[in-house]
Write a protein of this length. Sequence first.
Length: 248
Amino acid sequence: MNTTSAYALRLGDNCLVLSQRLGAWCGHAPELEIDLALANIGLDLLGQARNFLTYAAELEGEGSEDTLAFSRDERQFCNLLLAEQPNGNFADTLVRQYFIDVWHVALFSRLTQSRDAQLAAIAAKAIKEARYHLRFSRGWVERLGNGTSVSAEKMQQAVDTLWRFTAELFDADEIETSLAADGIAIDPRELRAEWEAEVYDGLQQATLTVPAEAAYRTGGKHGLHTEHLGPMLAEMQYLQRMYPGQQW
């Protein structure tokens, strides 16, 4: 796999896995408005995933978005560990979404300037959606952080639990650094300052505490996942695994 297709695959996997997580809320969210909002955000992410995965398949000259989504095993997925974390309660979902939304806005806004015309075009569409996603997730982080003692406690627990997965957002490897040097990809280390400025301000406005430095988890980009991805993929891929090549 060439470096550009590997990069597109990573971005697509992040959106695909997070979309699948949000889809699981359909019919189970705290209220109808939130149910619809999470479903719509999930559909936006699915559209982004389709664009990135289709491009990755085109660059490789084989397969399609479907084969990449449904025919790969867990170790072949290269999404961030944060994206695959379970929905938990509503606070867990919102904090996970907020952390990734901030990262997506910083990433896609820069990727619109990529020398790769297709990556730039995908990012130009995705950034409009990512900004809406961020308004939604930050608004709820602030609302619940400043809500009741119970909602504030749950939000702080979610921040503390998910914080150890945030360093991977800025973990650069040879694929990203080489493509960034050619003006194609974004070096994730460049995103840290913007991400921290937004997240620290958002948590402060929500009267939540930024966790102390802790041991961080990485490895998702290289197929080293937590125990949560496998069961999710088994559910997502079931029909295509049982009846390969079918079309609906």
